[in-house]
Design a protein around this ligand. Structure first.
Ligand code: TXA
Ligand code: MG
Length: 353
């Protein structure tokens, strides 16, 4: 594809995607093209998983190191046999319970799957997405689709087609635009091949939900996550601006540390963004603490916060801020995933978090 050419953008109904649009996307995949499509988590950049040159283009377009494996998207649990050598009982139990949905499982890789997909590892990460557009695409295509998040490597994942265009416009053949994604953070990644199973990335399916099926699981330490899952580098979600997590147990404490950090940074003439829950944001007086605010919504609505997180990060970047002040949220449910992404975005270059 000519790098200067435009990506085709097709608007689709998020609940009842138009068959003609899906058909165009299927034809594109079969020809070896790249299709950005919505999932319930974030937008993915899809390629025919059995077409090695299409898979290699995914890495090129994202600027992603070839050592960082992709997730294969399937229409149903029955399709795992096309890419996995077998499905262990624990994985099957999880698939039956949580698929379609925001859970990715590591399975033993089938040898016929091009090694590029899983970066030469002997496992393959698979998931069955629930978004009606992703489902329609996978069912109509009848093939496994390798798809990382459709952003430039290291940037916030795309929750709108606009984000895909901003990062990859012109380098993707087709973009299916179905509006904002439901979860806003990427899927939970679990390795059920180890005993106890290991959580590699928190996401929409919570630790408590996984444990209700499996019993106790182990949460991988940051260093272990990086070696098990090479793409999980500390600065994975880093915005262009420096992100600082302001400590505090209560909204009042956090607001106090936002005020004092903002005072310190303003002395350096920095443009400051604030990414905060409403309970914190409402305690910041704009005349006293001038910040560019993105209100994530109430702490009581962690799903809403996760849905808005990446879009707000991108908006603050677009405002040209030098510093983004943010804070942790309660760690239950999807809060663990939000805290994980914030911690990674705040990590120093040397990998300390
Ligand atoms: O929600 C999601 O998972 C989205 C949507 C598009 O499905 N996809 C996504 O893909 O977040 P990506 O490529 O941005 O993140 C996939 C992560 C990477 O950190 C990669 O290292 C890890 O999955 N991964 C993939 N295959 C793996 C494997 N065989 N072993 C360990 N980690 C693996
Ligand atoms: Mg990604």
């Amino acid at each position: 594809m000519n790098p200067n050419s435009q990506s085709s953008l097709i608007t689709v109904d998020p609940f009842h995607p138009e068959p003609a649009a899906i058909q165009r996307a299927v034809e594109c995949l079969i020809r070896g093209g790249l299709v950005a499509f919505p999932t319930e988590t974030v937008y993915g950049l899809g390629a025919h998983a059995f077409d090695p040159s299409a898979v290699r283009r995914v890495f090129e377009v994202k600027g992603r190191p070839p050592a960082d494996p992709l997730i294969v998207h399937l229409a149903s649990i029955a399709d795992t046999q096309t890419v996995a050598a077998h499905i262990p009982p624990a994985a099957e139990a999880l698939g039956l319970r949580f698929w379609p949905g925001p859970l990715t499982l590591l399975l033993p890789r089938r040898s016929s799957l091009p090694p590029e997909v899983s970066a030469g590892l002997d496992t393959v990460a698979v998931r069955v997405p629930s978004h009606p557009v992703a489902q329609a695409l996978l069912q109509a295509a009848g093939l496994p689709v390798a798809a990382p998040s459709a952003n430039l490597f290291g940037h916030a994942s795309p929750t709108l087609a606009r984000h895909v265009i901003d990062d990859l416009g012109g380098r993707v053949d087709l973009i299916l635009d179905a509006g904002p994604t439901e979860w806003g953070v990427e899927s939970t990644i679990l390795d059920p091949l180890q005993s106890p199973p290991v959580l590699l990335r928190p996401g929409g399916i919570s630790i408590a939900e996984l444990e209700s099926v499996l019993g106790p699981i182990r949460i991988a330490a940051p260093a272990e996550r990086i070696s098990a899952s090479p793409g999980r580098q500390p600065r994975h979600y880093a915005p262009n601006a420096r992100l600082i997590l302001c400590p505090g147990e209560t909204p009042a404490d956090i607001a106090e540390s936002v005020r004092s950090t903002a005072r310190r940074e303003r002395k350096e003439n920095r443009r400051i963004g604030l990414l905060a829950a409403s309970e914190v944001a409402s305690r910041i007086e704009p005349s006293e603490t001038p910040v560019i605010l993105r209100d994530l919504g109430s702490i009581g609505d962690l799903r809403g916060i996760s849905r808005r997180l990446f879009a707000c990060l991108r908006e603050l970047e677009a405002e040209g801020v030098d510093i983004i002040l943010a804070h942790r949220l309660p760690g239950e449910g999807v809060g663990a995933a939000v805290n994980d992404r914030l911690t990674r975005a705040a990590a120093e270059e040397d990998g300390s978090v």
